[in-house]
Design a protein around this ligand. Structure first.
Ligand code: PMP
Length: 353
């Protein structure tokens, strides 16, 4: 830390992203990327003419992509916000809605909620998950906070709330923005996107990083009432209006035009998830009923960190967290069938040692 850093940030504990190692080729099951490439349409959209056009700034309003997204979700473009990854939206939402009136989120959830709350000096409460890692909607009734952030499905547990449970939280907090982070919703959970015209306090956040195979392009979007979208635009236009680059905007449109390809990928991932859950349970693991593109598992025959290390030595990367309630677990991204067979083979080998 330099002696120049503002004291507001001196105590900030930054988010630790999953490893992106360069030392050798791993089976990479640690950051919930898609094992499948973007569709051919995306490859064609990013052509030489588009590269030549990089001399020009991108459209700060992201008009074409917004209109496509609005059409896909039966909304208007004014209900859509586009950002440089969904982390950007989370950041803006904590800045816009939590800074003065505070935030609430589950004690075990996406680690960035705490970081953004601290970055913006927002007071926050964490609401404990129950003994089976479930979010209890009743715990969120009338929170009296500026922002309630819930990942659905939750990370790293993979457990999902039903749409009516989500609606009950939105309904019982009319004076709070309820942010439903649907980063993993395409793998089987119910989306709350259909409720944004009904509730002016609901902000649904999506990413292209998981089901749309574009983690490297950085693209996220939010669906909400016109007024909430205007608030997010105000923050975006006060920081970096050109945050989404031209190539990424093109890729985003191409994904929507190729929805069937991505639906098929999601189906393959959910099949591979079922295979992995069953195989790990047969090996004695406790595994949550994940609705996401990862499984969350612990063994009583080997500690969470030891398993992570043994897998790493065998060229398989998974994500281990150190928080006390979950340190015996690993979060394992669901890859191709071949990836998951290699994982199960390695786990069997480790347990047999
Ligand atoms: N929300 C959740 C729950 C996540 O797990 C992630 C991925 N780390 C994100 C948001 C952010 O995704 P991105 O910025 O790549 O859109």
């Amino acid at each position: 830390m330099s002696r120049f850093l503002s004291c507001a940030y001196a105590g900030l504990e930054a988010y630790t992203p999953g490893e992106q190692p360069r030392d050798k080729a791993y089976i990479k099951l640690n950051t919930n990327e898609s094992p499948f490439p973007p569709s051919e349409r995306v490859v064609q959209a990013l052509n030489a003419d588009e590269v030549r056009d990089l001399r020009l700034y991108p459209d700060p309003d992201c008009r074409i992509l917004k209109e496509k997204l609005a059409e896909a979700y039966a909304l208007k473009a004014e209900n859509v916000f586009v950002s440089n990854g969904s982390d950007d939206i989370l950041n803006f939402a904590f800045m816009a809605f939590a800074k003065d009136r505070g935030a609430a989120f589950p004690d075990i959830s996406y680690g960035f909620y705490r970081v953004y709350a601290e970055l913006h000096g927002a007071k926050y409460v964490t609401v404990p998950l129950d003994g089976q890692f479930r979010i209890q909607p009743e715990d969120y009734a009338s929170m009296g906070r500026g922002l309630i952030a819930i990942a659905n499905p939750n990370a790293p547990t993979g457990l999902a709330l039903t749409l009516s449970q989500v609606e009950s939280i939105v309904k019982s907090n009319p004076d709070s923005v309820v942010l439903i982070d649907e980063a993993y919703v395409d793998f089987g959970a119910e989306s709350a996107s259909g409720l944004v015209t009904k509730y002016d306090n609901l902000l649904v956040v999506h990413t292209y990083s998981k089901s749309a195979s574009l983690a490297g392009a950085r693209l996220g979007f939010a669906l909400a009432s016109r007024a909430l979208i205007e608030d997010l635009e105000r923050i975006k236009y006060s920081t970096n209006p050109y945050a989404i680059n031209r190539l990424t905007l093109k890729a985003g449109v191409a994904v929507i035009e190729d929805a069937a390809y991505y639906r098929q990928n999601c189906r393959r991932i959910t099949e591979n998830r079922a295979y992995t859950i069953e195989a790990l349970r047969e090996l004695g693991f406790t595994v949550t009923d994940s609705m996401a593109n990862f499984v969350f598992a612990k063994s009583d025959r080997i500690g969470g960190e030891a398993l992570y290390r043994e897998l790493r030595q065998r060229g398989i990367l998974v994500r281990h967290f150190t928080a006390p309630r979950i340190c015996e677990y690993n979060r394992i991204t669901v890859g191709t069938r071949q990836d998951m067979e290699a994982l199960v083979y390695a786990v069997r080998d480790i347990l047999a040692k």
